[in-house]
Design a protein around this ligand. Structure first.
Ligand SMILES: Nc1ncnc2c1ncn2[C@@H]1O[C@H](COP(=O)(O)OP(=O)(O)OP(=O)(O)O)[C@@H](O)[C@H]1O
Ligand SMILES: [Mg+2]
Ligand SMILES: [Zn+2]
Length: 507
C-alpha cells in the first residue's frame, strides 16, 4: 500500500513544501525512515513509536517505509513527526478521508501530545502559497498560523485528536484569525517627562520619521538613555506586511507571545554591551536570528556604544548597509532581514565630559582618542544623524510644565511616514533612509538656495561622498516633516548639521 501527505520544511526563514511518502507491507512491525540518516531521524522514530503506544492507537501489524521528498533539501528540525504519523494513519486506513488539501507540521512527545514548534508562521505562509487549504499543527502554534489568510488552521492537542477528528468522533473548529493587539505601547514612557533637549528631540523625530540611524553623544546624566527609551512611543504604525515580516523572525527566534502572536508594535531591542556577535548578528549550527534581525522594522538600541566589543560593532557594517544579514554555517547559509533604525548612545570619553560646556574632562588626550576610536569611521558613516546631548540647565530641570507628549510627536512622524509610503508605492523602498542612488536625485529635488548651501557645506567642511547621499536623504525627511515637496535651504542646513559632530569628536 502506498500513500502520501503534505508537510512544510523550514531552514532559517525559508519554508519549502515537503511530501511524506509511505509504503506499508505485511510483516514484522517496523518503521524505516529514509532521507538523511542523522540522529534526528532516530529520535523521531523513537518518539513516534512511544506516542502510538501511549495514545492506544491500534495499528495493523505492518512494516512502514517512509521517505521525505524532495531528498536534496535539508530536513532539520523535528517538524515531521506529525506528517509521518498522518501518513501512517492514512496508509493503514485508520484515516480514510482525502488528505490532499491538508498539510501537517509538528513534533510529538512520547505521550502523544504535540509540542510547540518555532517558525510556524513562515511554514503557514508557504502552505497557503502551495494551495493547502487545511493546516494541522500543535495547538500552541494555532494562533500564530491563523494570521495567514486563505488557510484554515487546526490546532491539535495530541495525535488522538487527529484520528478522532477525521473519524468524526470530535468536531474541531478552525482557529479564528488572531486579533491585532497593541500592548507594548501602554508601557512605553512619554517624551513629556524629558525637560529641555529640544534640539535632541527634534533630531530623534527626524530619525523616527525617515527611519534614520541616530547617535546620541554627551556627558553623563543628560537624558540620552531616557530619550532613547521613549522612541517606541513615537514610531509610525507598522503596516500589515511589516508586521508579518517581524512576526516571522520572532517566530523562528522563539520569542513570540503565544496569546498575541502577531507583532504589531515596532520592536525595540535594548541590547547589552556584553552581547556576543552571535547574539547580535545571529548564528548557531542551524543559524538563528540575532538581535539585529529581531529588531527588524524597529529599533536596535545600543547604549554605551563604545563599551561594545569593537569586533562586534564591525560586524554591523554589512547588515546596516544592506538591511539583510547572511549567516553561513556547515548546515547551510541563511539570510534574515534586518531593516532597522540603529539608536546608539555614548559618552565622548571615559569620564564623560570631553567637549562639554563648563565641565572639565579628566581624561588624557590618548584616552579620549582610544575611547572614540572604538567606533570606526565606516560604522560612524552609516549613522545619518549624530547629535549632541548637552547638560540641562537648572531652570529647565526645575520647570514643572510638561513637555510635548509622545502622542503629538507621533502624529507628525506618522504624517511624514505616510508621505513616504505614498512616494515609494510599488517599489521595495519604504523609507527615506532606504533611498537608492538611482532615484536619489528624482526624489530629492532642491531649490537653488538649498543647492548653494549644500555646495558650500560640501566644499568647506569636507563632507565625504557617502555623507553627501545621507545628507540628502535626511533633508528629504526634514522636508516631509514640513509637508514640503521641494527641499529648501532650511532642510539641508538641518541635515548638514547632523553630520558635523563626527568632525568635532573624531578628528
Ligand atoms: N532632560 C531631562 N529631563 C528630565 N530628567 C532628566 C533629564 N536628563 C536626565 N534626567 C534624569 O537623570 C536620569 C539619568 O538620565 P539618563 O540615564 O538618561 O542619562 P544618560 O545621558 O543616559 O547618562 P549616562 O551617560 O550616564 O548613561 C534620568 O533618569 C532622569 O531622572
Ligand atoms: Mg545612559
Ligand atoms: Zn573625559
Amino acid at each position: 500500500m502506498f500513500s502520501q501527505v503534505n508537510s512544510i520544511g523550514l531552514f532559517g526563514l525559508n519554508a519549502f513544501p515537503v511530501t511524506v511518502e509511505i509504503s506499508s507491507a505485511q510483516g514484522v512491525p517496523c518503521i524505516n525512515i529514509g532521507g538523511l540518516a542523522d540522529l534526528s531521524v532516530q529520535e523521531s522514530k523513537m518518539r513516534i513509536n512511544a506516542a502510538i503506544q501511549n495514545s492506544r492507537i491500534k495499528f495493523p501489524k505492518a512494516a512502514f517505509t517512509i521517505n521525505r521528498a524532495p531528498a536534496d533539501v535539508r530536513k532539520t528540525g523535528s517538524y515531521y513527526d506529525l506528517p509521518i504519523l498522518a501518513a501512517m494513519f492514512k496508509v493503514t486506513g485508520i484515516i480514510n478521508e482525502d488528505l490532499s488539501d491538508c498539510a501537517f507540521i509538528g513534533e510529538v512527545s512520547l505521550s502523544g501530545d504535540l509540542c510547540f514548534v518555532q517558525g510556524a508562521l513562515s511554514m503557514a505562509i508557504k502552505a497557503a502559497e502551495c494551495g493547502i487549504k487545511r493546516l494541522f499543527l500543535p495547538i500552541e502554534n494555532a494562533a500564530e498560523a491563523s494570521v495567514v489568510s486563505g488557510l484554515q488552521v487546526y490546532g491539535l492537542k495530541n495525535i488522538r485528536a487527529l484520528v478522532s477528528y477525521f473519524n468524526k468522533f470530535i468536531n474541531l473548529e478552525p482557529e479564528k484569525p488572531a486579533e491585532p493587539y497593541a500592548d507594548a505601547l501602554l508601557s512605553v514612557p512619554d517624551f513629556a517627562d524629558v525637560k529641555g533637549q529640544d534640539a535632541v528631540k527634534g533630531a530623534v523625530e527626524v530619525a523616527a520619521a525617515g527611519f534614520h540611524n541616530i547617535l546620541l553623544i554627551g556627558p553623563p546624566g543628560t537624558g540620552k538613555s531616557m530619550i532613547a527609551k521613549r522612541i517606541p512611543g513615537i514610531l509610525p504604525k507598522m503596516t500589515f506586511e511589516e508586521s508579518i515580516e517581524t512576526t516571522q523572525i520572532h517566530s523562528v527566534a522563539g520569542i513570540l507571545n503565544k496569546e498575541h502572536p502577531l507583532v504589531v508594535n515596532r520592536p525595540f531591542r535594548d541590547v547589552s554591551h556584553t552581547a556576543s556577535s552571535v547574539g547580535l548578528i545571529g548564528g548557531g549550527s542551524v543559524p538563528k536570528p540575532g538581535e539585529i534581525s529581531m529588531a527588524h522594522n524597529g529599533v536596535l538600541f545600543l547604549d554605551e556604544f563604545p563599551e561594545f566589543d569593537r569586533k562586534v560593532l564591525e560586524t554591523l557594517r554589512q547588515p546596516l548597509e544592506n538591511g539583510e544579514i547572511t549567516i553561513s554555517r556547515a548546515a547551510g547559509s541563511v539570510s534574515y532581514p534586518c531593516n532597522i533604525m540603529l539608536v546608539a548612545a555614548m559618552n565622548p570619553c571615559p569620564c564623560g565630559n570631553y567637549g562639554a560646556d563648563g565641565k572639565a574632562c579628566t581624561c588624557s588626550r590618548k584616552q579620549v582618542t582610544s575611547y572614540l576610536g572604538k567606533i570606526s569611521r565606516p560604522v560612524l558613516d552609516r549613522i545619518d544623524i549624530q547629535v549632541e546631548v548637552p547638560s540641562v540647565s537648572y531652570d529647565e530641570l526645575s520647570d514643572n510644565r510638561k513637555a510635548e507628549s509622545s502622542q503629538i510627536i507621533a502624529e507628525r512622524v506618522q504624517k511624514a511616514r505616510d508621505i513616504q509610503l505614498q512616494r515609494f508605492k510599488g517599489t521595495n523602498i519604504r523609507t527615506n533612509s532606504q533611498i537608492t542612488p538611482d532615484i536619489l536625485h528624482d526624489v530629492c529635488v532642491l531649490d537653488s538656495g538649498a543647492d548653494t548651501y549644500l555646495k558650500t557645506a560640501f566644499e568647506k567642511s569636507g563632507l565625504s561622498a557617502r555623507a553627501y547621499d545621507r545628507v540628502l536623504k535626511v533633508a528629504r525627511t526634514c522636508a516631509d516633516l514640513d509637508g514640503s515637496e521641494i527641499i529648501t535651504k532650511r532642510h539641508i542646513a538641518r541635515a548638514v548639521q547632523y553630520r558635523t559632530l563626527d568632525r568635532k569628536y573624531w578628528q
